[in-house]
Design a protein around this ligand. Structure first.
Ligand SMILES: Cc1cc2nc3c(=O)[nH]c(=O)nc-3n(C[C@H](O)[C@H](O)[C@H](O)COP(=O)(O)OP(=O)(O)OC[C@H]3O[C@@H](n4cnc5c(N)ncnc54)[C@H](O)[C@@H]3O)c2cc1C
Length: 372
């Protein structure tokens, strides 16, 4: 990705965003039209960590109500973005959830947008399933797959076009705060800004500590994905399939299969690595529920999903340190909520939050009960 070259010793901005994953880049896109923005990324490339390691899904019925609202808004916004690009970045990827009759009935009662699938219908949509491994199913036919690299590139390009500056290989290592604002050391750069945004993903607690902010209870959890080849052909238009206990998922990935053990294991912030035993056990599991016959691992990766105790992102100004803004704790929803969350965060920072969004913002607040 191209990056603005900055030669001056001191970079000044209204807002400095720490972190060049999807959270930081989407905020640069949303904020740059009205504020001077500098985004600093520790790595030599943008989206090096979790944002490059997702399953690329946008599922409007996944997660708590506040996430579902943000996802529905984001899908509409990404559809608009997609319409401006040469190739679409959003494709339908229906989700089938497998379980027993009681699980499906309970889910459908709470989520009217989902559809009941009979056993025969589920087998027709996903003919590679072994028929004796589930009793009933629910379908979310509004779920999408998104081209994440293209979305990240859109946010970056639009942010730069609106005047944002992006600095790579610029880890923030010191932060001072006084009445005039924040002064940061980021690699070889000194940056002065009125507002600091913590979009540091798994490092959000470390960045808060650097800024003298009492940290939130944000914990990174590792999760892996593998792309595997199969003896049987994979229908590229097939659905994503996941059981109710979320013990695995799989979906087509080109002519291969993307699979995940859906593990959620606490891990230190860092360049998370695959645990081979997890992938071996997962392959056995997928072979037990499908007839595709996995023949090999094309590649596998692990990323960190960082969560607050209630699983809801932490977004808003901190109460203890003025002008320190949280954009963290997106967990497994950071891709599917990025457009709406960035728009909401930008409105909070510029003091232009619509009255209709106050309640939503309150649910994300760093000051909400149970998050500290
Ligand atoms: C296997 C897996 C599957 C997933 N699937 C989905 C999915 O289908 N849909 C979905 O919505 N979400 C999914 N997620 C979650 C999603 O990927 C994350 O919520 C999202 O990428 C988090 O983005 P981020 O920008 O907060 O973090 P990151 O992408 O990790 O970005 C944070 C950045 O901050 C930088 N940084 C840290 N400290 C500093 C510092 N001191 N100075 C400068 N820079 C710093 C880091 O280098 C990093 O680049 C998945 C996650 C995993 C692991």
């Amino acid at each position: 990705m191209n990056v603005d070259v900055v030669n001056s010793d001191v970079v000044k901005a209204d807002v400095v965003i720490i972190g060049g994953g999807i959270a930081g880049l989407s905020l640069a896109w949303a904020l740059a039209p009205t504020r001077t923005v500098v985004l600093v990324e520790a790595e030599p490339a943008l989206a090096f960590h979790t944002s490059a390691r997702s399953a690329r899904q946008m599922q409007p019925h996944y997660g708590p109500a506040v996430i579902q609202e943000l996802t529905r808004r984001s899908i509409a916004m990404v559809e608009d973005i997609s319409a401006t690009l040469a190739a679409p970045i959003l494709i339908p990827r229906p989700l089938i959830m497998l379980g027993n009759h009681a699980e499906v009935a309970e889910l459908l009662a709470g989520q009217p947008g989902l559809k009941l699938l009979g056993h025969t219908q589920a087998m027709a949509l996903s003919p590679d399933l072994r028929p004796d491994t589930f009793f009933a199913a629910a379908l979310d036919d509004s779920a999408k797959e998104v081209d994440v690299p293209a979305l990240l590139e859109y946010y970056r390009r639009q942010g730069l076009a609106a005047g944002a500056t992006v600095l790579l290989s610029a880890p923030v290592t010191t932060v001072q705060h006084d009445d005039t604002g924040f002064t940061l050391t980021a690699g070889e750069h000194e940056i002065k800004a009125s507002v600091v945004v913590n979009a540091a993903g798994a490092w959000a607690q470390e960045v808060a500590t650097l800024c003298g902010v009492p940290s939130q209870s944000l914990i990174p959890y590792r999760r892996s994905v593998a792309i595997v080849s199969t003896a049987g052909p994979v229908n590229p238009a097939g659905p994503m399939v996941e059981p109710f206990d979320e013990s695995y998922y799989f979906r087509p990935h080109g002519g291969n299969l993307l699979i995940s053990p859906c593990e959620s294991v606490p891990a230190p912030a860092g360049d998370a690595q695959v645990v081979d035993a997890d992938i071996r056990a997962l392959i056995e599991r997928i072979d037990a529920v499908t007839t595709l016959g996995i023949t090999g691992v094309v590649r596998a990766w692990t990323g960190l999903r960082t969560e607050a105790p209630d699983g809801i992102p932490v977004v808003g100004f901190d109460a203890a340190v003025p002008n320190f803004f949280w954009l963290a704790g997106q967990g497994g929803y950071g891709i599917q909520t990025s457009a709406a969350l960035a728009t909401l965060a930008a409105a909070m920072i510029t003091g232009t939050l619509p009255a209709a969004d106050q309640e939503l913002a309150g649910e994300l607040s760093p000051q909400r009960a149970g998050v500290l």
